[in-house]
Write a protein that binds this ligand. Structure first.
Ligand SMILES: [Zn+2]
Length: 213
C-alpha cells in the first residue's frame, strides 16, 4: 500500500473515531470517513450507539421548523464551515470531513449556551451547503444581510424573496422583549457579536493550520 493510501486510511479512521466521540450516528460517521457501516459497527459502534440520534434526514426539513435561536446557531456553524472550506485545499490529508469536524469544534467553542446544532445536524447542513455526501448539488446558500451584514442561510429556491429572511434581524427585533433570546445570546447585540467573531475564528484556524499562529 502506498504512502498516500496509508495516510488516507489513517485520516478516515481518525475522522470516524472523532465523529463517534462527538456523538454522531453511524450513518454520519460512515459518510464523513468513507468507511463502511459494517467496519464502523465492528470497530466503534455497538447497537445502542447505532440507535443514538436521528437518522440522516433533510437539513432543510429541520432548519425550516427550528426556532430562531436554533436557526442562528445553524447560520453560525454554516458561516464557519464555508470559511474553513474556502481557506483550505482538499486532498488526501485534509478532506471535507476534516472541515466538518474542525468547523463543528469551532462552533461548539463559540456557543455560550448549549449548542442547538449537533454533529449530525452540522453534517446535514454541510451536505446541503456544499452538495456533498448525501447531496448531488447545493440547495442551501449563505447570504449577507443588507441591513445588518450578518450571514444567514437561505434555500436557493427562495433567494429572490422580497421579505427579509435574515434571522439575526428578527432576533435583534425580539431581543428586548424575549428572555429566551437574551438567555441564549447574553451579549447586548447578538448579530454584531456573531459577525465579529466568525471571520476571526476561521482566519485564526487557517493560520494555525499553516503554522503561523
Ligand atoms: Zn440582518
Amino acid at each position: 500500500m502506498g504512502h498516500i493510501q496509508v495516510n488516507r486510511h489513517i485520516n478516515a479512521f481518525i475522522l470516524a473515531d472523532t465523529c463517534a466521540q462527538l456523538g454522531a450516528t453511524i450513518g454520519t460517521a460512515s459518510c464523513v470517513s468513507g468507511l463502511s457501516v459494517t467496519v464502523l459497527r465492528r470497530l466503534l459502534y455497538d447497537k445502542s450507539g447505532e440507535k443514538r440520534g436521528r437518522g440522516i434526514a433533510s437539513a432543510i426539513f429541520w432548519y425550516e421548523r427550528a426556532n430562531n435561536m436554533a436557526k442562528a446557531d445553524a447560520c453560525m456553524f454554516a458561516a464557519i464551515f464555508m470559511q474553513v472550506c474556502e481557506l483550505n485545499d482538499f486532498g488526501t490529508s485534509y478532506t471535507p470531513g476534516n472541515a466538518l469536524i474542525d468547523s463543528f469544534k469551532l462552533y461548539s467553542e463559540r456557543c455560550r449556551r448549549d449548542p442547538y446544532v449537533s454533529i449530525d445536524r452540522a453534517f446535514l447542513l454541510a451536505c446541503h451547503l456544499k452538495g456533498i455526501w448525501t447531496q448531488r448539488s447545493p440547495s442551501l446558500l449563505l447570504k449577507t444581510c443588507r441591513y445588518c451584514t450578518s450571514q444567514y442561510i437561505v434555500h436557493r429556491r427562495n433567494v429572490m424573496s422580497c421579505n427579509n429572511p435574515c434571522i439575526f434581524c428578527h432576533l435583534v427585533k425580539g431581543y428586548a422583549t424575549d428572555p429566551r433570546i437574551r438567555r441564549h445570546f447574553p451579549q447586548p447585540d447578538p448579530h454584531t457579536a456573531l459577525q465579529v467573531h466568525q471571520p476571526d475564528l476561521a482566519a485564526h484556524y487557517a493560520l494555525r493550520r499553516a503554522g503561523h499562529a
